[in-house]
Design a binder for this molecule. Sequence first.
Ligand code: SF4
Length: 702
Amino acid sequence: LTEEKAQSGTVCTTCPYCGVGCGVLARSNGRGEITIKGDKAHPANEGRLCSKGSALGETTDLDDRLLAPVVNGAEADWDSALDLVAERFQATIAEHGPDSVAFYVSGQLLTEDYYVANKLMKGFIGSGNIDTNSRLCMASSVAGHKRAFGTDTVPGLYADLDEADVIVLVGSNLAWCHPVLYQRIAAAKKARPGMKVVNIDPRRTATSDIADTHLSIAPGGDVALFNGLLAEIAAQGAVDGDFVANHVSGFEAALDAANGTDLSVTGLSGEELAAFFHLWIGSEKVVTIYSQGVNQSSFGTDKVNAITNCHLATGRIGKPGMGPFSVTGQPNAMGGREVGGLANMLACHLDIENPEHRSAVREFWDAPTMPEVAGLKAVDMFRAVGEGRIKAIWVICTNPAVSLPDADGVRAAIEGCDFVVVSDITAQTDTAQLADVLLPATGWGEKDGTVTNSERCISRQRGVLPPPGQARHDWRIICDVAARMGWGAAFDYSGPAEIFREYAALSGIAGKLGRDFDISALAAISDRDFEAMAPFHWPLTETRQGGRFFGDGRFYTPDGKGRMLALEVKAPASMPSADYPFRLNTGRVRDHWHTMTRTAKSPRLSQHMAEPYLEVHPDDASRLGLLPATLAKVQSPQGSAVLRVVVTDRGRKGEVFAPIHWSGQNSATGRIDAVVTAITDPVSGQPDSKGAVVKVEPFEAT
Ligand code: SF4
């Protein structure tokens, strides 16, 4: 933070939307309005911003802001609201045990918020029941990383995109969902015209514009495709024998499973497959980027490992311009992973089911307890709420009544729950409307702490506006409740810097236990230095600063080798039938974010897509009698939605697409997650949000 910027009133902060984690310069005019510029000094974006980041200044008004606590529909003071939350959680735990309560948190929380929420649930309440909406965006990558590398480690850096000869985008509409990375690839391609981009996606999307090749893969064909690639790598003698012999386990079994894979399930022609294999194998510097098309699947973890298998077999990992690269959907999905924000993890990439890890964290926290098993993952958590096994839930900074699959079922579960607390910036979300207690939280532009982006870069989010009304920071609210539950000493923090110091110190212990996440060099950072902290990549220890992982062949598995997995090709969990003949794909649009709590405030952003819609192939539209701009009802066994028809050949015949953003607050009928079935990957617990089967028919209003 330069003196010049500080004197001009400009604050260096980070965009709150996607996992690219762009640096933003925000300047307040002192009347609640801010102007926004991209931060040229931030390594994630080097000054670039997308439409959403550029419009941040249009989203900080106080219309619809929750400015005071609300208890049972009536405004209350903080003390009585916090007392009630603590009393009800304590009484529920006393009567039904620690697993009868849960926290459902968000990849939009700052790392310090996440850290104290996880500490309270796991170390003091004594349950693993804290999970996050990041479960919906990257849990399969986490599980795939742990299976292949021993830890949840992203091997590469964004700089690899500048250096790659081939970039393969799998299930990733980067142009809309991670636009600044897309801009970065476009710039690299312009500078190096020989660079090739392959876009593997059932739909032709905006990302296909930059691609030399678009492969319209059949849904669920990814494991077969990368098994086929592995078999071809071996057949063409392109295996890196030294790397595999010294640094990889499971090669033979993985290859046995890959040989003879039926490639017809990819839906790609022999020519398309041969050309892709030839390009991948013939170009040493390959980066394979993947996101929700891979992760959100009933076998998303296998898809991740099918990709990592190919990079391990060729030694193309952790070196400039090469490696598998998961890009996260959320701004702080990665930070949440670092502090144990998933039900099956402890802080600092330690494992909840490892006794040595549990006792290290418990001792460090001087905690009274520690669960020995993982808690409930997002979908199972709300199932338990619906079944009455969870009797009190605290939802922080997220809107599961819209965003989880089987959204109607989730809404009914929350409605029926004995005690529901929601912390948010607004009372207007579908979930907030169901709360017994509403706690006003600060939002972007007011919050203060750190986030970590998809390339392991930790950046500061800084406040440029004062907290409005009685709003408090999330870490403060969580610590206030912890204190009322009797654990004040363990949650007595002066601010985010003190929380950051604590988790940096814990990361040093994790480092000594052989974990990858270690920022212990900052364990004694002063408040002043924390305030001025510039973005940096982890790890950060006395001897190591950032960089890539695994290029040296050292992994975090027990034998120190990268693990290849033998992967069988599975059919999608739901298959189209006579009753439900279409497959429903879901995703984001360019200018909205999640359930639109913030982006809907910007008229500019709302111009891009004014309402929810359903993309239908022209042949299907004509067969069903669906005309452009009419309404269609899309229905699964789970639920239904009514959407405006867009007839387009972007998708494949028999497949329809709808965006995820619209809620009960801004569209009576457009909640597409009411239609998505609650099927999850058995390894990662990530929902199969692109795999529902549905029927589609013209909608006639009655
Ligand atoms: Fe924000 Fe992502 Fe856009 Fe960057 S690319 S400005 S992080 S939404």
